[in-house]
Design a protein. Structure first.
Length: 174
């Protein structure tokens, strides 16, 4: 009962508060195979490639060019893909052989969810199936806010992670 009350209160107060931010500018992920990654996101999911660069190569013993938090590798590819609105999905291509993180470790990416309308949702499901991408769950109805989604495996370099394609619905969950 306490959990239900807490969730209801949090949901109600969150609905009244206007966020200070508009959204995510970009989410930067790492891959060990940029060609495979771009093929999937550009060709299969239809995200346009909007920008590409290589990370700077500062002189030896110089601090990182863009401050703390930049990749520890110099001169690596960094591509940005359009997700709609103001949001971009970015990838750094890390050198082969870099250790992979456990998706369930603290600070790791557990999964990513993209949203689209009902017509595009069906199209995305068909595009994934046509490209032999395994749908591991769904469609599933989730609540708060209600949305229907399916979960598939997506390439993250030589690793595969979960991806949810979601569509918001007006149905209530009971």
């Amino acid at each position: 009962m306490d959990n239900i009350m807490t969730e209801t209160r949090a949901e109600t107060s969150a609905a009244r508060v206007k966020p200070l931010l508009r959204g995510i500018h970009h989410l930067a992920l790492n891959t060990s195979d940029m060609r495979m990654t771009l093929d999937f996101y550009v060709r299969v999911l239809g995200m346009p490639l909007v920008h590409g660069l290589r990370t700077p190569s500062p002189p030896p013993d110089a601090p990182p060019a863009h401050g703390v938090g930049t990749p520890p590798y110099k001169n690596i590819p960094h591509y940005f893909l359009g997700m709609g609105g103001d949001s971009l999905l970015a990838f750094f291509e890390y050198p082969k052989g870099v250790a992979k993180a456990d998706r369930d470790a603290l600070g790791a990416m557990q999964h990513v969810a993209f949203v689209c309308g009902p017509r595009r949702y069906r199209e995305m499901l068909e595009r994934l199936k046509a490209n032999n991408v395994t749908i591991v769950a769904g469609p599933l109805l989730s609540s708060r806010p209600p949305f229907i989604h399916f979960i598939s495996s997506i390439p993250m370099g030589s690793d595969w992670r979960s991806c949810a394609i979601s569509r918001v619905t007006r149905k209530t969950c009971g």
